[in-house]
Write a protein that binds this ligand. Structure first.
Ligand SMILES: Cc1cc2nc3c(=O)[nH]c(=O)nc-3n(C[C@H](O)[C@H](O)[C@H](O)COP(=O)(O)O)c2cc1C
Length: 213
C-alpha cells in the first residue's frame, strides 16, 4: 500500500485528468482499498442504487476505448471503472438496508417507515427524475474514487464521451433499460501529470444567498 497518502484537500488540489498511462497494473490491495472507499459514498436514502463494473481485461478495455470514440484512456489504463446507475433499484424490497441501519442505531422506526413507503421515489417517478436521482448517486461515488485515487498515488480520468449502447454491450447489460451508464473512470499510473487547466475566478461561480440576475 502506498505510504504517502495525501489528505483530502491536498488530493483535491493535486487531482488532474490523466489521459495516458503506463501499462503497470494496479496492485490488488490498492484497487480493493479504492473500491472499499467508493462504496462509502453517500446515496439518497442510503439506497446504494449504483454499482461499479471493474474492467481490467485487455479485450474489455479495448472495447470500451472503441465505445468511447477511440479515446485512449480505457485501452491504456490497467483499470476501467464503469459507474452504473440502477434506476429501478428502489422497487426491490431492500429490507437489508433498513435492517442494517436499524441494528446500527442509525435509523429510528419513523425514518424506517418513510424509507419503506418509498414516497420520495414515487414522486421522482411521477416527475421523470428516477434516472437523474441514481446518476447523481453514481457521480458522487465516482468523485470519491477520483479523489481517493489521487490520495493513494494513482492517476485517474473521468469520461463522459462514449456511446451508451456500446458501453452497456461491453459490460453485458445491453438488454437492461433500467440500468444507465453514469460515467467511466480510468485508473492507473502515469509518468506525467498534465498541467492544471485552471479555473475561473471563484467570483464567477460562487454567489451569496441568491443567484445573480
Ligand atoms: C463528467 C466528466 C466527463 C468527462 N469526460 C471526458 C472525456 O470523455 N474525455 C476526456 O478527455 N476528458 C473528459 N473529462 C475531463 C475534463 O475535460 C477535465 O476534467 C477538465 O478539462 C478539467 O481538467 P482537470 O480534470 O485536470 O481539472 C470529463 C470530465 C468530467 C467531470
Amino acid at each position: 500500500m502506498n505510504t504517502q497518502i495525501l489528505s483530502v484537500p491536498a488530493a483535491i488540489r493535486a487531482r488532474r485528468t490523466v489521459r495516458h498511462y503506463r501499462p503497470d497494473p494496479v496492485p490488488t490491495e490498492l484497487l480493493d482499498e479504492l473500491l472499499d472507499l467508493a462504496v462509502q459514498a453517500p446515496t439518497a436514502w442510503n439506497m446504494q442504487d449504483r454499482s461499479i463494473v471493474v474492467v481490467t481485461g485487455e479485450s474489455g478495455r479495448r472495447e470500451l476505448s472503441a465505445a468511447a470514440h477511440g479515446q485512449p484512456q480505457p485501452a491504456e489504463a490497467p483499470v476501467v471503472l464503469i459507474f452504473v446507475a440502477e434506476t429501478a433499484a428502489w422497487e426491490a424490497p431492500n429490507t437489508d438496508i433498513a435492517e442494517l441501519a436499524g441494528r446500527r442505531g442509525a435509523w429510528n422506526p419513523e425514518f424506517t417507515a418513510m424509507f419503506e413507503s418509498r414516497a420520495e421515489f414515487h414522486e421522482l417517478r411521477e416527475r421523470g427524475l428516477l434516472r437523474e436521482n441514481s446518476v447523481k448517486n453514481a457521480m458522487i461515488a465516482a468523485t470519491y474514487v477520483m479523489l481517493a485515487a489521487t490520495s493513494l498515488g494513482l492517476a485517474s480520468a473521468p469520461m463522459n464521451g462514449w456511446d451508451p449502447d456500446l458501453v452497456k454491450k461491453a459490460i453485458g447489460i445491453d438488454d437492461r433499460p433500467d440500468l444507465a451508464i453514469a460515467v467511466l473512470v480510468t485508473i492507473g499510473y502515469s509518468d506525467a501529470t498534465p498541467p492544471h487547466p485552471g479555473r475561473r475566478d471563484r467570483a464567477r461561480n460562487i454567489f451569496s444567498e441568491r443567484y445573480p440576475r
